[in-house]
Design a binder for this molecule. Structure first.
Ligand SMILES: [Zn+2]
Length: 49
């Protein structure tokens, strides 16, 4: 799984995985240490099909 860019600051080198499952099964929870933003992103393995 590749790390998504933070939707708030655009960085991905300080984004850490919080949970493999977010509010939906196709999303994972991430946290950006740079701006302390918590966000969800679609998991790579659900990007296609
Ligand atoms: Zn950020």
């Amino acid at each position: 799984m590749s790390t998504p860019a933070c939707p708030n600051c655009g960085r991905n080198n300080s984004v850490v995985l919080v949970s493999l499952f977010g509010g939906q099964i196709i999303t994972a929870q991430w946290h950006c240490d740079a701006c302390h933003t918590h966000f969800e992103a679609v998991r790579d393995d659900f990007d296609e099909d």
